[in-house]
Ligand binder design. Structure first.
Ligand SMILES: [Zn+2]
Ligand SMILES: [Zn+2]
Length: 167
């Protein structure tokens, strides 16, 4: 279960990381209980995109009594605070991303579901002309690049479901 998580933390693209989530939360004087600290500290690093269940598993290793409800409440609160982003780049449940830097988008392997944070070339100031906005007030943009990661390109396995059952 944690293999993908570990792999997703590998730095390949060298994006300058923003301040770690816990540091940002301290700076905002967010009330940091042990439970909340466990959730926030799991969402640390680059290319981190964890499902709520992955957050729960990793955070419970730090605070065993942590409940799923607390995990969800904390994640929702952090999303509302815009300190993490809810990402739906791959199939399956939403993933939570501590990288909230503007202009970062996602590169997703269709086979294994690995997600990298990427900064596309040639997209500074990407936006929609007024005529294309249909009256919307825009507050976010998310672009997903899809393909096969090197590991999956080198295997002959055909595309497996992104969220294969836990074995
Ligand atoms: Zn892959
Ligand atoms: Zn991301």
């Amino acid at each position: 279960m944690f293999e993908r998580w570990k792999r997703s933390r590998v730095t390949l693209l060298g994006i300058a990381a923003p301040a770690p989530l816990l540091d940002r939360l301290r700076a905002r004087q967010w009330r940091i209980t042990p439970q909340r600290r466990a959730v926030a500290s799991v969402l640390t690093g680059e290319h981190v995109h964890l499902t709520a269940d992955e957050v729960r598993q990793a955070a419970q290793a730090l605070v065993p009594e942590l409940s799923l409800a607390t995990v969800y409440n904390t994640l929702n609160e952090l999303v509302v605070m815009r300190e993490i982003r809810e990402v739906r780049a791959a199939d399956g449940p939403a993933r939570y991303d501590p990288n909230v830097s503007e202009g970062h988008h996602h590169l997703v392997c269709r086979v294994c579901g690995t997600i990298y944070d990427v900064v596309p070339a040639g997209l500074p100031g990407l936006g929609l002309d007024r005529a294309e906005r249909h009256g919307f007030a825009l507050d976010d943009v998310e672009i997903t690049f899809r393909g096969r990661c090197p590991e999956c390109t080198n295997t002959t396995a055909d595309a497996r479901p992104l969220n294969r059952p836990k074995s």
